[in-house]
Design a protein around this ligand. Structure first.
Ligand code: ZN
Ligand code: ZN
Length: 338
């Protein structure tokens, strides 16, 4: 079984279109499971990976880290009863279990994060993947596979950040950007009881943001509208890569307010408000294994349903093009059609 051949979609060089790529599946270690992939979400990070934005990928590079599938093989240290189980896998497929962060339970901060990503050696735009069994999360039966896929990266990212800073349901929060991450953040934030304002430079997204559960909408390109909101927000969650002016955003935070970055935007801030108002800027990166299990239970309980377009995996380049052109509505999930 260790010679199973995989069919994936790989960028053979930096920035290249993906091409069909046949490779030998890695041998199964004793604490690992092999998963036949049925669905894989397309995340902005996959596109940045293709472009080697993070300087952590090797080519051929098979992207994909919002994975759902069925366990087909279990290593000798894994219960064989897991075979046949429907599971989800996110950004991380293993951990060193020796570094400071793994020992504290924050395995997502593992010092060997690149080696332990589910992209290594090859990611989820493929027929199968091999990961440690603790990173193959059982999925509640009520959550459809295409929804579960999106939860494995976008879902865990927004859930963990919203949960981490939750102090009171009366906190006034803003979610900047209504895309793959942002639309899901609105949904989770509403289910947690926050007062939610969606902030976007695309006014045509107003109605949909309100449908998703936002209480208010602000057009971030409308200077007057932002001006009226000075000192209004306890927390701002940034899911957008651009399309907003940092200086104006800091002014709508209350004193001691916090900006939480969920994506990787360029940062351009004036230190005056930051210091004089005791503001802070903090990053939040996916989540640990407990967060993942809690998030899946929460999503099931509150019937969290992201807006998804399902496309055949063989159309992956078209899907990438749609996401790059900001046309995805709001998250694309590739369904395996090998
Ligand atoms: Zn992602
Ligand atoms: Zn570690």
């Amino acid at each position: 079984m260790e010679n199973t051949m995989n069919i994936g979609y790989a960028a053979l060089t930096k920035g290249a279109q993906l091409t069909r790529f046949i490779y030998k599946a890695p041998p199964l270690k004793q604490n690992e499971v092999r998963i036949a992939i049925t669905h894989c979400g397309l995340c902005g990070t996959d596109i940045q990976g293709i472009d080697n934005y993070y300087q952590i990928v090797d080519y051929p590079f098979v992207p994909g880290h919002e994975i759902v599938g069925i366990i087909t093989e279990a290593g000798s240290a894994v219960s064989p009863s897991r075979i046949g189980e429907r599971v989800g896998v996110g950004w991380q497929g293993r951990s060193c279990m020796q570094c400071e962060w793994c020992l504290k339970g924050d395995v997502h901060l593992c010092m060997e994060v690149a080696e332990n990503g589910s992209w290594t050696p090859y990611g989820g735009f493929s027929s199968s993947i091999t990961v440690e069994d603790g990173f193959a999360y059982p999925l509640p039966p009520e959550i459809p596979s295409e929804v579960a896929a999106v939860l494995m990266c976008a879902g865990i990212t927004v859930y963990t950040a919203l949960k981490k800073f939750y102090a009171s349901p009366s906190l006034n929060i803003g979610i900047i950007g209504i895309g793959g991450l942002g639309h899901l953040a609105i949904t989770f934030a509403k289910a947690m009881g926050y007062k939610v304002t969606a902030i976007s430079s695309s006014p045509h997204k107003c109605e949909e943001a309100l449908t998703l559960g936002a209480d208010w909408f602000i057009d971030s390109s409308d200077r007057a509208a932002l001006g009226k909101m000075e000192f209004s927000f306890d927390l701002l969650f940034v899911t957008a890569h651009g399309g907003f002016v940092w200086e104006r955003m800091l002014k709508i935070l209350k004193k001691k307010g916090k900006v939480v970055l969920l994506g990787f935007p360029d940062i351009n801030v004036d230190s005056v408000d930051l210091v004089a108002h005791e503001l802070s800027i903090e990053g939040s990166f996916v989540g640990n294994q407990n967060n993942m299990r809690d998030m899946l239970q929460f999503a099931q309980k509150h019937a969290i349903r992201p807006m998804i377009e399902v496309m055949p995996m063989s159309h992956v380049n078209e899907a990438i093009k749609r996401l790059k052109q900001n046309q995805a509505h709001y998250r694309i999930v590739l369904q395996n059609d090998f």
